[in-house]
Design a protein around this ligand. Structure first.
Ligand SMILES: Nc1ncnc2c1ncn2[C@@H]1O[C@H](COP(=O)(O)OP(=O)(O)OP(=O)(O)O)[C@@H](O)[C@H]1O
Ligand SMILES: Cc1ncsc1CCO
Ligand SMILES: [Mg+2]
Length: 262
């Protein structure tokens, strides 16, 4: 695995077009975050065009945050097209397990083998069939409680699984890493996890998924640390966070990243 700055440089050089089928809460936040990072986001979720769009995008994200009866087919068709073309797709299982509808949706998408699954601890536990203390989109469990679930999902679906929280945990079922970057104020701004899923997808274009995910998390957490130093609360954090994502250099990232093999 190269240092994280290497993957940031590669992502910015590629400025990849990433298709996002995401929830309505996250759309604007996610697009702004991805633009600040250096990627090119496009929200395209209609059943009539999702799979066709997947042919031109370099990566795809699928997020079940505000699902409706139409979206399952669009999600599955886009994931299938992306997978068939050998491009990465990232699954964000928002509030997985909260309702039967979300369980059914996740059961439909997981067999399509996401390249990467990125969620909070409660969501990753729910995907693996474990009951946790999640409350809707918010985590109620510590990252450590989701490690076994993450390894099991990674092995079952051949995915890299990222559990985010105070110290993120990333595994491909064999190798695992902890990323200790980030700030406690980050979950006080809605959809920063959803937006991170888009950044992870951008980093994974033409790169090994485990290394790309670890680098994306270190980058995101570092930008959070820089923004938290100067903000007054969640509102100004969001503004400073976009600036930090935009201004962070690969050299800076290499010196701030707190990555450990577990
Ligand atoms: N207590 C914390 N301390 C440091 N960093 C944190 C903390 N909680 C979350 N983060 C960071 O916040 C970012 C988003 O992760 P989080 O786990 O909050 O996503 P999420 O629950 O899916 O969010 P959402 O669903 O609201 O979009 C990650 O970079 C993560 O490392
Ligand atoms: C608050 C919220 N509700 C559904 S999706 C979402 C955004 C954070 O996941
Ligand atoms: Mg989330």
């Amino acid at each position: 695995m190269e240092k994280p700055g290497h993957y940031l440089t590669a992502m910015r050089a590629a400025a990849p077009l990433v298709q996002n089928i995401t929830n309505y809460v996250s759309m604007n936040v996610m697009a702004n975050v991805m633009l600040a990072a250096g990627a090119s986001p496009a929200m395209a979720h209609a059943r009539e065009e999702a799979a066709e769009f997947a042919e031109i995008a370099q990566a795809l994200t699928i997020n079940i945050g505000t699902p409706d009866s139409d979206c399952g087919d669009a999600m599955a068709a886009a994931a299938q097209a992306t997978g068939r073309l050998g491009k990465p797709w990232v699954f964000d299982p928002v509030a997985a397990g909260a309702t039967r509808f979300r369980v059914t949706l996740a059961d439909k998408l997981l067999p399509l083998k996401p390249t990467i699954i990125r969620g909070n601890a409660s969501e990753i536990m729910a995907l693996a069939g474990q009951s946790g203390a999640g409350r809707g989109a918010d985590a109620g469990d510590p990252v450590a409680a989701a490690q076994d679930a993450a390894r099991a999902l990674a092995t079952q679906y051949g995915s890299v699984v990222a559990v985010t929280g105070p110290v993120d945990f990333v595994t491909d079922g064999t190798q695992s890493y902890g990323i200790a970057n980030g700030e406690a104020i980050m979950p006080k701004v809605t959809a920063l996890g959803c937006a991170l899923t888009g950044v992870v997808a951008a980093f994974a274009v033409d790169q090994p998924p485990l290394a790309a995910t670890v680098a994306a998390l270190a980058y995101y957490g570092t930008a959070g640390e820089i923004a938290a130093e100067v903000c007054q609360g969640p509102g100004s954090f969001q503004m400073h966070f976009l600036d930090a994502l935009y201004n962070l250099t690969p050299e800076q990232l290499d010196s701030t990243a707190k990555i450990t093999a577990i």
